[in-house]
Design a binder for this molecule. Sequence first.
Ligand SMILES: Cc1ncc(COP(=O)(O)O)c(C=O)c1O
Length: 385
Amino acid sequence: MTLKISSRGQIDPFIVMDVMRDANALDATGANIVHLEVGQPGTPAPERVREAAAAAALSERLGYTDAMGIVPLRERIARHYRDFYDVEVDPAGVVVTTGSSGSFLLSFLAAFDEGDRVALAAPGYPAYRNILSALGVEPVVVETRLEDRFQPTPELLGQVEGRIDGLIVASPSNPTGTMIDRAGMDELTQYCRKNGIRLISDEIYHGITYGHESVTALSFDPNALIINSFSKYFSMTGWRLGWMIVPPDMLRSIECLAQNLFISPPSLSQVAAMAAFDSLDELRENVVRYAKNREILLAELPKAGFDRLAPADGAFYIYADVGELTNDSAEFCRRMLTEAQVAATPGLDFDPYRGNAYVRFSFAGSEDDIIRGVQRLKDWRINTS
Ligand SMILES: Cc1ncc(COP(=O)(O)O)c(C=O)c1O
């Protein structure tokens, strides 16, 4: 007799994780892959964070904490909103989570019921779509356009058939790095308010921008649900720590969900993360390195035949239109990996409709990686064209 497996658990893979697994397997056989696939800083956590973690590991009990996170960290995050955005946040509305990934689960469960419809951009971060599907919430994919910097607009949302209960935006976006400016965020929040749409704003790449302002949706709508993380700007992916700014009507529900699903976010990471906000010099240096990597890729990728690139306003990605080179981005990336020894992510991860014509390159690694990577791509394209 076959045992039951749920159908809601049958979601799409997070393809970049599959690519990373294959690239790591090649590395294990002695290959020397250049990793332009994965979106994580090549740097460790800031030095002060590591020192604080070492001290806490030796001296503190590190038991469960409040489900919403330790109070000093919630207060420190609230202060960050004053310092960084000039926005007042009540620490009681700050919820510390297990990465922003934990925030997605909590916020989607708290905001939406089965059968609700949530709009999100394609190209966009695949986990939004896949987590919503697992929860029985319908992802409504809005195909965005280069002329709108691949971001949803009131005009595109107005073209959606049927009702929309929620909207997820990310600025800077993954995979395009494109951003929503102040005027755009104002229009979007007004549209959501007028149409009763719950806005969830993923602000995980704030701080990693190249001449563009990181605009929080909170400046325009106190009812927006804000998601952020220590993973990217703070260079702490493996510490699994993120946060949300939650409107008062959802706080108790999120607290109960967090208690039951996670008990608490990781306590060692919480204690150490306080020092992340005192490490701004080190973090700024990381952004300088990303900016340099970005310049190298923007100058050199066209020489390898990748000349249709989304404007990377922020984050650490370049989304390349490779429609003239392939109609199967997964196969194209497989060949790039085995023939050029360069790992990149097929656009299909981010866009179920047009993704076969796109590839995402990450420039979060070292400058040396970027230089070696583009040189290999240039040699590969010369040899294969
Ligand atoms: C847009 C976006 N949001 C959220 C995440 C998840 O980050 P974490 O769970 O490490 O906070 C990622 C990771 O790549 C991302 O690109």
